[in-house]
Design a protein around this ligand. Structure first.
Ligand SMILES: *Cc1c(COP(=O)(O)O)cnc(C)c1O
Length: 460
């Protein structure tokens, strides 16, 4: 008798959990069916590892469309989107001006293999916002930009060693996939097989925000270091801000050693300010790498610097670098439309206000639920770090970021997804706010995050 009653109770609980499970399956049914097809055709079913939901224990979302701050998945679920294509969409999805510019260019032709005026216009816009980039070369991705910048730096310095920072991501360039962030850390391959040691033996990895560590490397390899390559605000291990004076110290050490300073502003360019992090901190890089926002959502990259340096690139100089679709007219049109809407300070004031509101709201919600959280933010890019350290504290380097509670993050991610908020499926990525996000979107997000933090506390 007792046994039967007990089993009835158990089976009711079991039934409820099954029902809940079923509901969550049906909510993402079309995405799951698409994933089953995709995984047979593409490694992990994705075209880039960051799109996989593997590390949060889910199958990836297939997105059908986007409008403004909102994205709609294959099943028709709508989300407030903070992924924003991992940064490029500062105007939100499918902005009318960008749509019109691309359609107009498509009408005239998508690629010619000849020069077009739009390249000049985009280069002029970049030069006017970034005084240290009077000359650029356009490429097709951020990866390509950094790869080419490193080649140029090595040629100019006549040295081969590159210094990078732990947790920094500069695209999937062979020599730079050492202690790399973004998908490389999320998926547990701090460096990748298929890269011979001979290719990475000239790469030195240093802890960010630690002036002593970089001084040590300069002392050990004096006269050998071609370039220091840095994300001036790190964004691929989660957002990490430079300590006051740190970038200035890098500049000074580079000058003393005859080493070039490369700022990888693929993420921060036009994101944290029109002139990028270099304008915020007033530090001059020798070479700047760009991408993401300057392509308005189309594939693009660029690297640039002073004329004397850039004229070392072929055909002006001997450093070879080329591209069939480089300076692609569609990408130039989208980029021009995007940057033209960012020509005043007003959009940045708005993004700062929205960012500050989200930061404050997330912090307060986490505190009231008793979830230890640090929110790192630069304008409209931010990362909530789920701290394991009860003492709290700031996340100032890769080691501290890696100590975060990724299991708590995974549960938070799932609750947010189910409640209609799209954030990157990794603790080690930045969230992006766009100009299409409204104050109401931010407040709704805070409310949903508050519920997710409470849920997290109940489950723990
Ligand atoms: C995204 C990113 C890259 C790589 O750009 P892709 O277009 O993905 O190749 C390089 N550096 C930084 C800082 C980035 O955020």
């Amino acid at each position: 008798m007792r046994m039967r009653r007990r089993s009835r109770v158990v089976s009711k609980a079991h039934f409820l959990s099954m029902a809940k499970h079923k509901q969550s399956i049906s909510r993402y049914k079309k995405s799951q069916v698409l994933f089953a097809r995709a995984v047979k055709l593409m490694p992990g079913g994705v075209s880039s590892p960051v799109r996989s939901f593997q590390n949060v224990g889910l199958s990836p979302l297939f997105v059908r469309s986007g409008a403004g701050a909102w994205a709609t998945d294959a099943d028709g679920n709508k989300y407030i989107d903070y992924v924003m294509s991992y940064g490029p969409l500062i105007h939100g999805h499918a902005h009318p001006a960008i749509r019109a510019a691309v359609a107009k260019q498509m009408h005239r032709g998508s690629s010619f293999g000849f020069c077009s005026e739009s390249e000049i216009q985009l280069a002029e816009l970049i030069a006017s916002a970034m005084p240290h980039v009077p000359m650029v070369r356009f490429v097709n991705s951020g990866t390509e930009a950094v790869m080419s910048a490193v080649r140029l730096a090595r040629a100019a310095a006549g040295r081969s060693m590159i210094v990078k920072f732990a947790g920094a991501y500069h695209g999937h360039v062979d020599a730079l996939l050492v202690s790399a962030g973004s998908g490389a850390v999320t998926h547990g391959h701090p460096s990748s097989p298929g890269i011979p040691e001979s290719v990475t033996s000239d790469t030195s990895v240093v802890e960010f925000n630690n002036a002593g560590a970089i001084e040590e490397v300069f002392a050990r390899y004096s006269g050998c270091i071609a370039a220091v390559l840095v994300e001036p605000i790190m964004g691929n291990i989660g957002v990490i801000l430079p300590r006051p004076g740190y970038l200035e110290a890098l500049r000074k050490m580079c000058d003393k050693e005859g080493t070039l300073l490369i700022f990888d502003e693929v993420m921060t360019g036009w994101r944290v300010a029109r002139g990028g992090a270099q304008s915020l901190f007033d530090v001059r890089p020798d070479i700047t790498c760009l991408g993401k926002i300057i392509g308005g959502g189309l594939p693009v990259g660029a690297y640039g610097g002073r004329t004397e340096l850039m004229n070392r690139i072929s055909p002006a100089g001997p450093v070879y670098q080329a591209g069939t679709l480089s300076g692609n007219p569609l990408a130039m049109a989208a980029g021009l439309a995007s940057l033209r809407m960012l020509s005043s300070d007003e959009p940045y004031a708005r993004l700062e206000a929205l960012g500050a509101r989200l930061e404050k709201g997330l912090k307060a919600a986490a505190a009231s639920a008793g979830v230890p959280l640090a929110v790192a933010r630069a304008g409209s890019m931010l990362t909530p770090f789920f701290l394991t350290d009860k003492a709290g504290g700031k996340v100032e380097n890769c080691a501290k970021a890696l100590s975060c509670d990724t299991a708590a993050f995974a549960r938070f991610f799932k609750t947010m997804l189910d409640s209609g908020v799209l954030i990157p499926p990794s603790q080690f990525e930045a969230w992006f706010i766009s100009l299409a996000h409204s104050q109401e979107d931010i407040d709704a997000t805070i409310e949903k995050a508050a519920a997710a933090f409470k849920q997290l506390k109940i489950e723990s």
